[in-house]
Design a protein around this ligand. Structure first.
Ligand SMILES: Nc1ncnc2c1ncn2[C@@H]1O[C@H](COP(=O)(O)OP(=O)(O)O)[C@@H](O)[C@H]1O
Ligand SMILES: [Mg+2]
Length: 337
C-alpha cells in the first residue's frame, strides 16, 4: 500500500455481469466495494449468483461456464479487467485467496499438506525452501491446527474434514492475502466445527488485518462476523447495509424473508423454516422485481422494471424495492411488518 492507494477501497467492483454460455445472465450489473480489513458478507439462497460473483473478482470463471464483463474491477486502484491471465497469476492466491465449501476439492490428494503450502508460497513469494517451510508451519498454527509436524507431512485423506478445512485456510493465508474470499466455508461441516471455523476466521481477521468476503446462505453466520452485508437475489444486489441494520431495519422483503428463516427463541417450529417457492432459474426471471412471485408485500406496479432502481435510506443503506421507503425504519418483528 502506498500513499496514493491508502484512501481507496481495497477492491471496487462496478457493473459486474456474468453471462453463461447459454446466453443467460446470472450476475447482473453488480457494484460493491470492500475496504481494507473489512468483513463484507454476500448472502442469498443457492443459485443467486454468489459464487460466480466471487470467482469474477479473480477472473476465474471458467471459459466453458461463462463470460464476465465489468465497467471496472479495481484492486488498490489497479484495474484488473485489462490484465492478461499471466498478470492475474500473482493476484490469484497471492493478493486474493479463496476457500470453498468442500475443503477436499481445494487440496491435491497426491501431495502432502506441507508440500502444497510450500509450493504455493514459492509461487507467490521470493523465499528459500527453508523459509517457505517455516511460513507454512506458522500458517498451520495460525489456522488453529495442533500437531503441525504430523499435519505438515500428511496427505489430505489422512485428515478429518475440519482439519482439512483448517489446512485449506492455512494454504489461503500462507501468501498473506489482502482479501480472503470464504465461499460457504462452514456449510459442509458439523455444527461444532462450524463454530470453531467461524471463530478462527474472526481471530485471523483481526490478527492479520485482512479483508474477508464471507459468502453464505445463512444470516446467523453473518451476525457473528460481518461489518457490512450485501443481499443477493437472482443476480441482483437487492439490499446493502451495515450488518446491524440488516437485523434491525431490513427494508427488502427478501431480506425480511431470510430473517424469518432464522431459528427463533419465541417461535417454536417443528421444521426449519424456508421461504416458499424457489429462486428462479437463469432465463426464467420475471420482469420487474425478480422476487415478486415469492413476495408477501406486492403491489400493482412491482412487475414494472422502472421501479427497480435502488432506494436509498442513507448512503450506507439501499434496497432495490419500491416499497423500501415504507419498510425502512420499520422494525422487523419476524412476522411481517
Ligand atoms: N458451471 C456451471 N454451469 C452452468 N451453470 C452454472 C454453473 N455454475 C453456476 N451456474 C448457474 O449460475 C447461477 C448462479 O450460480 P452460483 O454463482 O453458483 O450461485 P450461488 O453461489 O449463489 O449458489 C445458478 O443458476 C447456476 O445454476
Ligand atoms: Mg455458491
Amino acid at each position: 500500500m502506498n500513499e496514493q492507494t491508502r484512501h481507496l477501497p481495497l477492491i471496487e467492483v462496478r457493473e459486474l455481469t456474468v453471462r453463461l454460455c447459454s446466453g443467460h445472465v446470472v450476475v447482473d450489473r453488480v457494484s460493491f466495494e470492500i475496504n481494507r480489513g473489512e468483513c463484507l458478507s454476500l448472502v442469498g439462497e443457492s443459485g443467486c449468483g454468489k459464487t460466480l460473483c466471487a470467482l469474477s473478482l479473480l477472473k476465474a470463471v471458467p471459459r466453458e461456464v461463462g463470460q464476465i464483463s465489468a465497467a471496472s474491477i479495481r484492486l488498490e486502484g489497479r484495474e484488473l479487467t485489462v490484465l492478461s491471465d499471466k498478470k492475474m497469476r500473482p493476484v490469484r492466491g497471492g493478493c486474493i485467496s479463496m476457500i470453498f465449501q468442500d475443503p477436499t476439492a481445494a487440496v491435491n490428494p497426491l501431495f502432502t499438506v506441507g508440500s502444497q503450502i510450500v509450493e504455493t508460497i514459492r509461487a507467490h513469494m521470493r523465499v528459500s525452501r527453508k523459509e517457505a517451510a517455516e511460513r507454512a508451519r506458522s500458517a498451520l498454527v495460525d489456522a488453529g491446527l495442533t500437531e503441525t509436524r504430523r499435519i505438515f507431512g500428511s496427505y489430505p485423506h489422512q485428515l478429518s474434514v475440519g482439519q482439512c478445512q483448517r489446512a485449506t485456510i492455512a494454504l489461503a493465508l500462507a501468501t498473506e492475502p489482502l482479501l480472503l474470499i470464504a465461499d460457504e466455508p462452514t456449510t459442509a461441516l458439523d455444527v461444532t466445527v462450524q463454530r470453531q471455523i467461524l471463530d478462527l476466521l474472526k481471530r485471523l481477521r483481526s490478527k492479520r488485518r485482512m479483508a474477508l468476503l464471507l459468502i453464505t446462505h445463512n444470516l446467523s453466520v453473518v451476525a457473528q462476523l460481518a461489518d457490512r452485508v450485501l443481499i443477493m437475489y437472482a443476480g441482483h444486489i437487492v439490499e446493502s447495509a451495515p450488518a446491524g441494520k440488516i437485523f434491525t431495519a431490513a427494508a427488502h422483503p427478501y431480506t425480511r424473508a431470510l430473517l424469518d428463516c432464522l431459528p427463533s427463541v419465541e417461535i417454536r417450529r417443528e421444521e426449519p423454516h424456508t421461504i416458499p417457492g424457489s429462486v428462479p432459474q437463469p432465463g426464467g426471471w420475471p420482469s420487474g422485481c425478480r422476487f415478486l412471485p415469492r413476495c408477501e408485500f406486492t403491489e400493482p406496479g412491482c412487475e414494472n422494471e422502472q421501479f427497480l432502481a435502488p432506494v436509498e435510506q442513507d448512503s450506507s443503506h439501499t434496497a432495490r424495492c419500491r416499497l423500501a421507503g415504507i419498510l425502512f425504519g420499520k422494525a422487523h418483528t419476524g412476522q411481517g411488518v
